[in-house]
Every structure is written in structure tokens, then in C-alpha cells.
Design a protein around this ligand. Structure first.
Ligand SMILES: NC(=O)c1ccc[n+]([C@@H]2O[C@H](COP(=O)([O-])OP(=O)(O)OC[C@H]3O[C@@H](n4cnc5c(N)ncnc54)[C@H](O)[C@@H]3O)[C@@H](O)[C@H]2O)c1
Length: 256
């Protein structure tokens, strides 16, 4: 039996084939879900068309800059027209200006702080608000986070603070949307070599550090994030909401 048969979903955050969003989208589709995709802008349109196009010629693909309310409104209007309802939403979107991910945290500018929080945390609230009226049969909203939200990870800087905001927003959204049977959770992934990750100074050392120190002595694979994404979207996770689920080969439990 397909875990997500009959489910309708929307995926925010595919940039290329290495994107975590693409791994989760593939798992959702394999489990039987029908998906729509958004892409950040014209620059990424072709990539997303090439990938999402493999799910069928009529796959809905829409531009959406998550800092623009008008883009978000248009996306959910079009999804409403095409699907009529929605069950799944993946928020796999983050950004901070590069210089904020290189130097010390003390130097974070007001503007870098604003951008990081707008793109990486506030957008979850805006997307959940857009999706909720379509989730008439209940739903599952999933965000992507990282351990730098709770412990200091050198160079992660303002993104760690934005992830803390994303995780807290997940809990407040879970409370607001619980009565509508809409669940909201985060997956906290160990490091994965993606476009966004390569913007973090010292990222390759992070991969090595996890391999050496995580209980499983390796890094997480994108397929494993996909599998967790499929589980959280499924009825097997029907009583799980407001949580941060660590998919990091156990790294989070370590004290030393
Ligand atoms: N790669 C890792 O090691 C890792 C670990 C833990 C969590 N994460 C999180 O996973 C998520 C996905 O990142 P990824 O590693 O797959 O990298 P990625 O670069 O493939 O994905 C980031 C996505 O964010 C999108 N984005 C950025 N600004 C946007 C905007 N204004 N409007 C719309 N979309 C915008 C990009 O277009 C891109 O698709 C992010 O939230 C990231 O913080 C990544």
C-alpha cells in the first residue's frame, strides 16, 4: 500500500538535484503523492522544470520568492484551482548574506539579520497561512532545520538564530493549526553537500567532523531525509506535531 496515496503536496526549495527538497519530493512521489513545485526565480526555473518534469508533463511549477506576499498568494490561488485541496507542504528554504556566514556573529548587520529571518523563518508562517485554508482534510507541514539553532556551530552565525526562530515558529504553528488536524514539524538534518551548505565557511570540515564524532560514524544521506519526510507526511506520524526530529546519524546526542 502506498503510504501517501491520494495526498496532494507542494514543495518549496528545489534548486537542483542535490537539494534536500528534491530528495523529499522524490520520496513523497514514490509513496504516491501528487506534487506541485515552486522555484525561487527565473534563474532556477530550468533546473526545476527538468527535475519536476520527470513527475509528468502536467506537474504544476510556479515561481515564488518567499519574501513576497503577492507571490505566495498567487501560488496558493493556483494550487487551489488545480488541486482543490492540499495535504502536504515542504518548506526547505533558507538564505543569509554570505558575509554573515563567514566572519564572527558579533559583526552581523541589521540587514543580514533581517534577510536571514525573513527568508528562513518568517516564510514558514506565511506559507502555513497560505496553505491552511486548502488543508481541509488535515495536513502535514515540514520545515528543514539545523542543530546550529541550539548550539554554537562556528560560522553558522545568524542562520543558527534564524533556525531557532523557525523551530519556535513550528511549535506555535503546531498549536494554532492542531485543531484543524494540521501537523507542523521540523527535520533537523546533519550536514549535506548542497548549494546552500557550500555558502557556509568551513562546510567540508563539518562533514569530516560529523563522520568522526556521530555515533553512526558517517553523514546522513539525502534518501534518508526523504524517508523521514515521507514518514512525517504519513498517517504513521498522525500524533507527532511541533517536534524537531534529528536525522543526523545521532550527532545531536553527543556532549563531547
Ligand atoms: N545542507 C545542509 O547541510 C542542511 C542541514 C540542515 C538543514 N538544511 C536546510 O535545508 C533546507 C534546504 O537547503 P539545501 O541544503 O537543500 O540547499 P539548497 O540550496 O538546495 O536549497 C535552498 C533553497 O532555498 C531557496 N531560497 C532561498 N531564498 C529564497 C527565497 N527568497 N524565495 C524562495 N526560495 C528561496 C533556494 O532557491 C533553494 O531552492 C534549508 O532550510 C537549509 O537550511 C540544510
Amino acid at each position: 500500500m502506498s503510504l501517501l496515496a491520494g495526498k496532494l503536496g507542494i514543495v518549496f526549495g528545489v534548486a537542483n538535484k542535490r537539494s534536500i527538497a528534491w530528495a523529499i519530493a522524490q520520496a513523497w512521489q514514490k509513496a504516491g503523492a501528487r506534487l506541485a513545485f515552486t522555484y525561487q526565480g527565473e534563474r532556477l526555473k530550468e533546473n526545476v522544470e527538468e527535475l519536476a518534469g520527470t513527475f509528468g508533463p502536467d506537474t504544476l511549477m510556479l515561481p515564488c520568492d518567499v519574501t513576497k506576499d503577492e507571490d505566495i498568494a498567487r501560488v496558493f490561488a493556483e494550487v487551489g484551482q488545480k488541486f482543490g485541496k492540499l495535504h502536504l507542504l515542504l518548506h526547505s528554504v533558507a538564505f543569509a548574506p554570505k558575509d554573515a556566514l563567514e566572519g564572527d556573529f558579533l559583526s552581523t548587520s541589521r540587514e543580514a539579520f533581517r534577510i536571514a529571518h525573513d527568508v528562513s523563518a518568517y516564510s514558514l508562517i506565511a506559507l502555513a497561512r497560505g496553505a491552511a485554508p486548502l488543508m481541509t482534510e488535515g495536513g502535514s507541514i515540514i520545515g528543514m532545520t539545523y542543530y546550529g539553532s541550539e548550539k554554537v556551530v562556528p560560522h553558522y552565525n545568524v542562520m543558527g538564530v534564524a533556525k531557532a526562530s523557525l523551530e519556535a515558529s513550528t511549535r506555535y504553528l503546531a498549536y494554532d493549526l492542531g485543531p484543524k488536524k494540521i501537523r507542523v514539524n521540523c527535520i533537523s538534518a546533519g550536514p549535506v553537500n548542497t548549494l546552500a551548505a557550500r555558502g557556509i565557511a568551513g562546510f567540508t570540515d563539518m562533514l569530516k567532523h560529523y563522520e568522526a564524532h556521530a555515533p553512526l560514524k558517517r553523514n546522513v544521506l539525502p534518501d534518508e531525509l526523504g524517508a523521514t519526510g515521507a514518514f512525517l507526511a504519513s498517517d504513521g506520524a498522525a500524533a507527532i506535531t511541533g517536534q524537531v526530529i534529528y536525522v543526523d546519524c545521532g550527532y545531536q546526542i553527543m556532549g563531547m
